[in-house]
Design a protein around this ligand. Structure first.
Ligand code: GDP
Ligand code: MG
Length: 177
C-alpha cells in the first residue's frame, strides 16, 4: 500500500534477539504481514522483513531482522548486529529461563552492537498469562535498571505488537533526526 515510488527518508535496522521459541518470528510476522502461525517451524529463509511507516512526516523503512535459528549462545554473528539501531530483546513470560537469559543477550548486544542502540525488552505470550512465571514488576524493574524500554505483547492476539514496534522506531527517530 502506497510503498510504490515513495521517497524513503530513513532506513532503520532493528534486530530481534532472545531465546529460541519465545515468539520472535511470530512477532515479526504479525508486525510485517499481520500474520500468525501456531506451528511455526524454526525460522528459515528470509533474513529480514520490512514495513514502511510515517513518523513526524518522514517516511521510515523499518528493516527488521530475524535470527535464522541461531539463538544458541554466541552463535549469532556480528554481521547480524552490524548497522542495527534498535533491538527487540524477547523472552516468553511463561518460561522463566528465557527471562533469566536476558542478561546474556544484553552482554551479546553490548559486545557486538553500536553503543547507542535502542533496546526494548519484550515479554511475549501475554495471552498465556495464567501460565505466567515472570511477574510484570520484575521485568519492569529490570528494564528500568538497565535503561531498556519494556512492553508485554501477544503475537497471537496482536496485543501491543504495533505499539512496541512504533515505540522503538519513534525513539530511534528521535535520536537520529
Ligand atoms: P522464535 O523461535 O523466537 O522465532 O519463536 P516462534 O515465533 O517460532 O514461536 C515459537 C512458538 O510459540 C510457536 O509455536 C508460536 O506459534 C508460539 N507463539 C509465538 N508467539 C506467541 C504468542 O504471543 N502467544 C502464544 N500463545 N504462542 C506464541
Ligand atoms: Mg524464529
Amino acid at each position: 500500500y502506497g510503498e510504490f515510488n515513495q521517497k524513503i527518508d530513513y532506513v532503520f535496522k532493528v534486530v530481534l534477539i532472545g531465546d529460541s521459541a519465545v515468539g520472535k518470528s511470530q512477532l515479526l510476522a504479525r508486525y510485517a504481514r499481520n500474520e500468525f502461525s501456531l506451528d511455526s517451524k524454526a525460522t528459515i529463509g528470509v533474513e529480514f522483513q520490512t514495513r514502511t511507516l510515517v513518523i513526524d512526516h518522514k517516511t521510515v523503512k523499518a528493516q527488521i531482522w530475524d535470527t535464522a535459528g541461531q539463538e544458541r549462545y554466541r552463535a549469532v554473528t556480528s554481521a547480524y548486529y552490524r548497522g542495527a539501531v534498535g533491538a527487540m530483546l524477547v523472552y516468553d513470560m511463561t518460561k522463566r529461563q528465557s527471562f533469566d537469559h536476558v542478561t546474556r543477550w544484553l552482554d551479546e548486544l553490548r559486545g557486538h552492537a553500536d553503543k547507542n542502540i535502542v533496546i526494548m525488552l519484550i515479554g511475549n505470550k501475554s495471552d498465556l498469562s495464567t501460565l505466567r512465571t515472570v511477574p510484570t514488576e520484575d521485568a519492569k524493574e529490570f528494564a528500568q535498571s538497565e535503561n531498556l524500554f519494556f512492553m508485554e505483547t501477544s503475537a497471537l492476539e496482536a496485543t501491543n505488537v504495533e505499539n512496541a514496534f512504533l515505540t522503538i522506531l519513534t525513539e530511534i527517530y528521535r535520536i537520529i533526526s
